[in-house]
Design a protein around this ligand. Structure first.
Ligand code: GAR
Length: 193
C-alpha cells in the first residue's frame, strides 16, 4: 500500500478525487495527511474523510527556507512514500525538493514545457493556443521542469473563458492524477520488501 501526503493551496478538487479513490479498498494508495500553505477551502475534503491536516503559512517565518523546513517536518511526521502537489501554488526551495526527491510529484494544467508557472490556463488562452492539457511530473529544483510522468491533451473551444477551460482541464486532470498515483503504488508493490 502506497502512503501519500497531498499538498494543496485552493479548492482541492484533485485532492478530493484522490481521497475518493483511496476510499475504495481496491485502490492501492492511502492519503495519510493533507497540508496547505493557507487555510484553503480544499482542506474541508480531508476533514470530511477524517484525514489529518496541517497549515504552514509562509508569512509566519523569517525566510522561505525556514517555512519549507517546517512544512517538511509536518510531512515527515507521517513518513509518506509519496508527496503530491495538487494545486499547491508556492514554489518550494531546493532543500525541500532534495529531501523528498524523486518521491515528489506535481500536477500542472498545461502540456509542459508549454505554459509553465502559476497562470498556465490564462497564458494558453492569451497565446491563442488551440489545445492545452495537463502534465503530471516529478518535481525538480526548477519551476515545472521535472521529468514527465503523464500528459493528456484538451482542445480549447473558440471564445472559451479561463474558468470554463480550467474546469474542463481539471476533469481530465483528476482522472490522470488518480491513475499516476495508482501506478506509483503498483511500482512500489513490485519492489522487494
Ligand atoms: C489544478 O488545475 C492544478 O493543476 C493547478 O491548480 C489547480 C488546482 O485545482 N496547479 C497549478 O497551476 C500549479 N502550477 P484544485 O484545487 O481544484 O485541485
Amino acid at each position: 500500500m502506497l502512503s501519500v501526503v497531498v499538498l494543496i493551496s485552493g479548492s482541492g478538487s484533485n485532492l478530493r478525487a484522490l481521497l475518493d479513490a483511496a476510499a475504495n479498498p481496491l485502490y492501492p494508495a492511502r492519503i495519510l495527511a493533507v497540508g496547505s500553505d493557507n487555510p484553503a477551502a480544499g482542506i474541508e475534503h480531508a476533514e470530511l474523510h477524517g484525514v489529518p491536516t496541517f497549515v504552514v503559512e509562509p508569512g509566519r517565518f523569517a525566510t522561505r527556507e525556514a517555512w519549507a523546513d517546517a512544512l517538511l517536518a509536518n510531512i515527515k511526521h507521517f513518513e509518506p512514500d509519496l508527496v503530491v502537489l495538487a494545486g499547491f501554488m508556492k514554489i518550494l526551495p531546493p532543500n525541500f525538493v532534495q529531501a523528498l526527491s524523486p518521491n515528489l510529484i506535481n500536477t500542472h494544467p498545461s502540456l509542459l514545457p508549454e505554459f509553465k508557472g502559476a497562470h498556465a490556463v490564462r497564458d494558453a488562452l492569451a497565446a491563442g493556443a488551440t489545445r492545452t492539457g495537463v502534465t503530471i511530473h516529478v518535481v525538480d529544483e526548477g519551476v515545472d521542469t521535472g521529468p514527465h510522468l503523464a500528459q493528456a491533451e484538451v482542445q480549447i473551444h473558440p471564445g472559451e473563458t479561463e474558468a470554463a477551460l480550467h474546469e474542463r482541464i481539471k476533469v481530465v486532470e483528476r482522472e490522470l492524477l488518480v491513475d499516476v498515483v495508482k501506478q506509483f503504488a503498483e511500482a512500489k508493490a513490485q519492489q522487494p520488501a
